[in-house]
Design a binder for this molecule. Structure first.
Ligand SMILES: [Zn+2]
Length: 121
């Protein structure tokens, strides 16, 4: 069986595990369910430090094209497209790199704070 990269939905850790072709999930050391990171390639590292925090907030059931594209290939280019599609922006210097706690209203909350900070509707 080939090795695949997985990202835990609970603790955010990424790890390698053997998996059958087409098997999309594994179990993390913490007991949480881990999602397989598909199609490693294109120069991105599956253990990149930004990836788990992004995976924690991506709506994996969303049918939106920018979400599907990112989940299929979580490269930096697709990450930027996802950010744009969610009307988010990368962190700037000095901002906290800690991801917000996963929740259903993350995107709205982030947009609201962004709007408040920048005085836009
Ligand atoms: Zn875990």
């Amino acid at each position: 069986m080939p090795l695949y990269d997985f990202a835990c939905r609970v603790c955010g850790r990424t790890f390698e595990a053997m998996a059958k072709m087409g098997e999309g999930q594994s179990v993390c050391a913490c007991g949480g369910t881990a999602e397989r990171l598909l199609s490693v390639g294109g120069g991105y590292r599956a253990d990149a430090d930004w990836l788990p925090s992004v995976m924690a907030v991506v709506d994996k059931d969303s049918p939106k094209p920018h979400v599907r594209a990112f989940l299929a290939e979580p490269s930096r280019a697709n990450y930027r497209r996802w950010l744009a599609g969610e009307k988010l922006r990368p962190l700037e210097g000095g901002e906290s790199r800690r991801p917000p706690a996963p929740g259903p209203d993350i995107a709205r909350e982030v947009r609201a704070r962004f709007a408040a900070r920048h005085g836009v509707a």
